[in-house]
Design a protein around this ligand. Structure first.
Ligand SMILES: CC(C)(COP(=O)(O)OP(=O)(O)OC[C@H]1O[C@@H](n2cnc3c(N)ncnc32)[C@H](O)[C@@H]1OP(=O)(O)O)[C@@H](O)C(=O)NCCC(=O)NCCS
Length: 221
């Protein structure tokens, strides 16, 4: 169960997922411990979260070093380079990427999403990254976080969200996550990432598809 709220640190209107104990903090699935979280919050990310984000991405075990480097490149492009580099100090203003953090009630970062407008599209957005720390996975945090991303995008009149992932078996739970959240497989590029490793492109419409006069059946663009 979610209840709206506004995080004092989050100008875009952060929310709190109220959990009545078991609802959002069930016993760990597959024997994994949960973090015993009773409520989630979303809020702003800042440059100090670079280390925790690297740790979250690494500990999911789902990403290779090359992908971890890309995740951090997106972070650095948004918040400035780590020590020695130019810190833009503008908390991502003007960047093509936007970060949203998932926090526990004490302010510990549990996960994050990175998204941004898809160049050359009419109100299309890419969900570049979403990750939740393993101890909190399966506790509803990812659902809350992606819901908040979508809520913010709807507020900007966004039309379509695109999330890409791999067809490998290891990503079956990730694909199930997207499908259960209303995403459909919009396209697939066979063997894109490697042999028998397809690029699966999930999309979700944030607005009803327009009716095209005279069209019969089929999905309007
Ligand atoms: C995908 C991910 C962000 C979902 O976050 P989450 O907090 O585990 O998700 P929730 O608890 O809200 O939802 C759980 C649902 O997601 C799916 N899921 C995906 N990974 C899961 C995991 N490790 N543990 C439990 N459920 C998982 C299940 O289908 C589950 O569905 P159900 O609720 O119908 O049973 C998170 O599991 C994760 O970080 N995975 C590794 C990184 C990744 O694959 N990122 C996406 C590609 S960039």
């Amino acid at each position: 169960m979610l209840r709206g709220g506004r995080s004092p640190t989050d100008p875009d209107g952060g929310s709190t997922a109220g959990a009545t104990g078991d609802a959002l903090a069930p016993a760990g699935r597959d024997g994994r411990p949960t973090a015993g979280i009773t409520a989630y919050q979303v809020g702003s990310i800042d440059i100090g979260h670079r280390g925790p984000i690297a740790e979250i991405v690494r500990t999911t075990g789902m990403f290779g070093e090359h992908e971890i480097a890309i995740a951090l490149e997106l972070f650095d492009a948004t918040y400035g380079l780590p020590s020695g580099g130019a810190d833009t100090g503008d908390a991502g203003e003007g960047s093509d990427y936007e970060f949203l953090g998932l926090f526990d009630p004490t302010g510990v970062l549990l996960g994050y999403a990175c998204f941004g407008p898809t160049p050359g599209t009419d109100r299309g957005y890419d969900l570049y990254w979403i990750a939740v720390t393993p101890a909190a996975q399966g506790g509803g945090g990812g659902t809350f976080l992606i819901g908040e991303v979508e809520r913010r995008l709807r507020g900007r009149n966004a039309r379509l969200v695109l999330a890409e992932t791999s067809s490998r078996a290891a990503y079956a739970p990730t694909r199930a996550f997207y499908v259960a959240r209303g995403y459909i497989e919009g396209a697939r590029v066979r063997d894109f990432y490697g042999p028998a490793d397809d690029r699966v492109m999930f999309t979700k419409r944030l607005q009803p598809a327009p009716r095209i006069r005279g069209s019969r059946g089929g999905e309007a663009r």
